[in-house]
Design a protein around this ligand. Structure first.
Ligand code: ADP
Ligand code: MG
Length: 338
């Protein structure tokens, strides 16, 4: 379906995208996760035809889109700020793309009603954009994008302006709609929870490159790199010094080193310290479980467990709250990220 091939772009003489390649298959929702300023919107604008790469290709069904004007690409876009037409009512906002395609009026009425049903806004046709809440406006924007039955949908941080509870709700509905309609989608966000709530596949954009392209459960279980672990906030990334062929020393103790690479003595290597059990772990032998002792420095309640900050900056999670100053024993998994 959609394929980006080796996209390069510089902005003010600084490389922004350095050979980005990925594809989106039919019915698949791909989440592009990256820090603010990493080039996510730039990539979407290239797919939409509003911006062009310096080199590289944007293809759809194998055809190069370089000469295809944005309005002829049949792609839908949903932005953070909804982008609805304020002077048009809900019906006319959703009908807009159908009217310019000369769809007969009777059919437009049926389609708009059906779309409003799909986004849980039955009967909203006559309402004004200005009377709607942010969540409702975003549903209208989604209905408007779905109306012309696009070949691809793009979402650029669409829920950025909404509350957490509303976000979860909309994400579930959006996931449902995308899977039912089988429209392939690229969903761009810097929010890890949001990405994992909707993605069939996760792409991590870091420093102009896709550093990971995998199923959500695989990315989560095996971040495989310092940048990925940091972006996802998985475990603790710490530095270790190799003390012998199979031992690595850290501020938290000396651990057995199991790693595919050969490391030399005194080499500094990044390690991931995580708490088991981690349900998706493949158990491919790249990690070892050890017990470490930590001094509790701060305790914070997070959702259904306590987040404990310990000496040396290590963060762990516990079901029961320890006291500040207490020495605790924690089982951890240590693996090499080099
Ligand atoms: P993201 O969507 O990941 O936050 P963007 O694609 O919007 O990132 O922008 C990436 C970087 O490129 C930003 O640092 C921005 O300053 C710069 N940039 C790219 N295109 C433009 C533009 N047309 N105008 C201003 N800044 C731009
Ligand atoms: Mg952006």
């Amino acid at each position: 379906m959609l394929e980006l091939r080796n996209i390069f772009k510089t902005y003010e003489n600084k490389p922004l995208l350095r050979g980005v390649s990925f594809s989106v298959a039919k019915g698949e929702t791909v989440c592009l996760l990256g820090a603010s300023g990493s080039g996510k919107s730039t990539l979407l604008r290239m797919v939409a035809g509003l911006e062009f790469p310096e080199s590289g290709l944007v293809l759809f069904d194998g055809l190069d889109l370089a000469q295809t004007a944005p309005h002829l690409r049949d792609f839908g876009l949903v932005f953070q700020d909804y982008g609805l037409f304020p002077h048009l009512n809900i019906f006319d906002n959703i009908a807009f793309g159908l009217k310019i395609r000369n769809v007969p009026a009777s059919e437009i009425h049926l389609r708009v009603a059906a779309l409003l049903g799909q986004v849980n806004l039955n009967g909203f046709e006559k309402r004004s954009v200005n009377d709607l809440s942010g969540g409702e406006q975003q549903r209208v924007a989604l209905a408007r994008a779905l109306a012309p039955q696009p070949r691809l949908l793009m979402f650029d941080e669409p829920l950025g302006a909404l509350d957490r509870s509303l976000k979860d709700d909309l994400l579930n509905q959006l996931r449902d709609i995308l899977h039912k309609t089988k429209i392939p989608a690229i969903y761009v966000t810097h929010d890890v929870d949001e990405a994992f709530a909707i993605a069939d596949r996760i792409l991590l954009l870091h420093d102009g490159e896709i550093i990971r392209d995998d199923a959500p459960e695989d990315v989560w279980a095996n971040p495989n790199s310092v940048h990925a672990a940091r972006m996802l906030g998985v475990g603790n990334v710490v530095e270790g010094v190799v003390v012998s062929a199979n031992k690595v020393k850290t501020d938290f103790g000396t651990f057995a080193l199991t790693c595919k690479h050969k490391h030399t003595k005194n080499e500094n290597i990044p390690l991931l310290i995580q708490q088991p059990p981690s349900p998706f772990r493949r158990g491919d032998g790249g990690e070892v479980e050890e017990e470490i002792q930590l001094k509790v420095e701060d305790v914070l309640f997070k959702r259904d467990q306590f987040q404990v900050k310990a000496g040396g900056g290590l963060v762990i999670h516990m079901k029961d709250a320890p006291r500040v100053g207490q020495i605790i024993c924690v089982k951890v998994r240590v693996e090499c990220l080099a």
